[in-house]
Write a protein that binds this ligand. Structure first.
Ligand SMILES: [Fe+2]
Ligand SMILES: [Fe+2]
Length: 148
């Protein structure tokens, strides 16, 4: 069992799904909800003690999920000629490389408070800033295109 981290949990606890985050495209919304749900379960499990296995499991899930989810959004963007494709895709790549860097350090040095804080910061940026602004903008564009 790892010592209770000082940081991990504070931001994760605030990452709750609300319908404000709906972008209005079902396949994207379902994936976003699943991500929040999974992170919520991880957060709840921290109460019962954090283990290296748990952290490693959520990291594996996130890396896998990110690839699937970003591919979904990126195919929509290329299919409908989204003008901000490359900016949006760069953000996705940024999240994936952050996740990989965190995962690599986790595997090499083990869990630390600093690592937990970085993971939270990255998730917060991804789930709140990216979903509610960048994904929403994409969804608005797609809805207009699909309707037209
Ligand atoms: Fe997304
Ligand atoms: Fe996105």
């Amino acid at each position: 069992m790892l010592p209770a981290p000082a940081f991990l949990g504070y931001y994760l606890g605030m990452l709750k799904w609300t319908d404000d985050l709906l972008v209005g495209i079902d396949s994207i919304d379902d994936q976003h909800k699943e991500l929040f749900d999974r992170i919520g379960k991880f957060y709840d499990s921290i109460d019962k003690g954090l283990t290296a296995d748990k952290v490693s499991e959520i990291m594996d899930y996130l890396a896998d999920y990110a690839n699937t989810h970003f591919t979904t959004e990126e195919s929509y963007m290329s299919q409908y000629g989204y003008p901000e494709y490359s900016y949006h895709k760069d953000q996705h790549h940024g999240f994936i490389s952050d996740l990989y860097a965190i995962q690599k350090r986790l595997n090499t040095y083990g869990f630390s408070n600093l690592l937990g804080a970085e993971l939270e910061g990255s998730l917060y940026h991804w789930l709140v800033d990216h979903v509610s602004k960048v994904d929403k903008k994409l969804a608005k564009y797609l809805k207009d295109k699909i309707k037209a």
